[in-house]
Design a protein around this ligand. Structure first.
Ligand SMILES: [Zn+2]
Ligand SMILES: [Zn+2]
Length: 343
């Protein structure tokens, strides 16, 4: 089969032949991948920006961690039946470290990640632990099902912020994770969700299709002026950052109320300079969110099942796997929102 692989450190990734996968081992399933999204972090790894060196010892690796498909074969001890449609949680806990033994797999210190350190979904088939598979509800197809991963990341960010009924929330960054944060903030009861971006017309278009109209283009006027104008001159209750640009954290804090929470979700290639006096006097709470708990995935699948079509506008491009590199270029140039590859 063909797979989109990262073979060496440095920029790039390419379609390479790989031999057919062996039968699944105990506790594993062999999956037919039907839809796999190109994620912002895949683009970072493609460009080899700072923060992805952890992949180096694991190369070559088939990338792709946002995928859904169906089970074609199961290893010993797996109860799931062939034909079962599933989405895949990418984090594989080691099962033996202190955190895993305590029953806290998210705290695993020896965690592997499907599509970053072990072979992932940019291929027709992939072997994954059965424990990482979550059954898709009957009315959720594998295209919408492949959005479960970024939606879970957004859901976890909103839970981390503690967004509540009637809150005003600023989401910084209009990409897929920003869209997921905005959707989940709305589900959590936010009365107003403002989304900011910089000259991001294609992704603002997606946000409008998802029902968000309070959009702020910081290329036109300063963020603070626009946010205050939209919110009756008041600061916001929570800021959810998905830009990956450290200085946007300071901009976000400039419109956050006292005791408000800012959650950083973006992956940042450089450091933040934080004016600590203002930070302390405002009693601002800076938190981080990364990945998602199993319980969060269950919440997301329940929401997907309620109205799958409400999420489909997030997908702007569909390409066969053979045109994967083209998909990466579209995502990199921000001409696309979610690019879905269909192996
Ligand atoms: Zn992702
Ligand atoms: Zn562990």
């Amino acid at each position: 089969m063909q797979a989109l692989r990262k073979s060496r450190p440095g920029s790039g990734l390419g379609l390479e032949p790989v031999s057919a996968l062996p039968a699944p081992a105990a506790g594993e399933v062999l999956m037919r991948v039907e839809n796999v999204g190109i994620c912002g972090s895949d683009v970072h790894a493609y460009e080899w920006t700072d923060g992805y060196g952890f992949m180096e010892p694991h190369l070559p690796v088939t990338m792709g961690h946002e995928f859904a498909g169906h089970v074609v074969a199961t290893g010993p001890g797996v109860e799931m039946q062939p034909g079962q449609r599933v989405a895949v949680m990418p984090g594989i806990p080691c099962g033996t470290c202190a955190a895993c033994r305590r029953g806290e797999p998210r705290g695993c210190t020896n965690r592997r990640t499907v599509g970053l350190t072990v072979d992932g979904g940019f291929a027709s088939h992939v072997r994954v632990p059965a424990a990482n598979c979550i059954a898709l509800p009957d009315n959720v197809d594998t295209e919408v099902g492949a959005l479960a991963e970024p939606l879970a990341v957004g859901c976890e960010g909103v839970l981390t912020a503690g967004v509540g009924l009637g809150d005003t929330v600023l989401v910084m960054g209009p990409g897929t994770i920003g869209q997921a944060l905005a959707l989940m903030a709305r589900f959590a009861g936010a009365a107003r969700v403002i989304v900011s971006g910089r000259a991001d017309a294609p992704r603002f278009e997606v946000l409008r299709a998802l029902g968000f109209c309070d959009l702020v283009d910081v290329a036109e006027a300063p963020l603070r002026d626009q946010v205050l104008a939209l919110n009756n001159g008041l600061p916001v209750d929570a800021v959810l950052e998905a830009t990956g640009i450290p200085s946007t954290v300071n901009e976000g804090l400039s419109v956050l109320r006292k005791d408000g929470v800012l959650v950083a979700v973006g992956i940042h290639a450089s450091s933040l300079t934080l004016p600590l006096t203002d930070f302390v006097r405002m009693r601002h709470q800076l938190r981080a969110s990364h990945g998602a708990a199993r319980r969060t995935w269950d919440r997301v699948l329940a929401l997907l099942s309620r109205d799958p079509e409400a999420f489909r506008p997030m997908i702007t491009h569909r390409l066969p796997l053979e045109r994967g590199v083209e998909g990466f270029e579209l995502a990199r140039q921000r001409a696309a929102s979610k690019v879905m590859l269909q192996p």
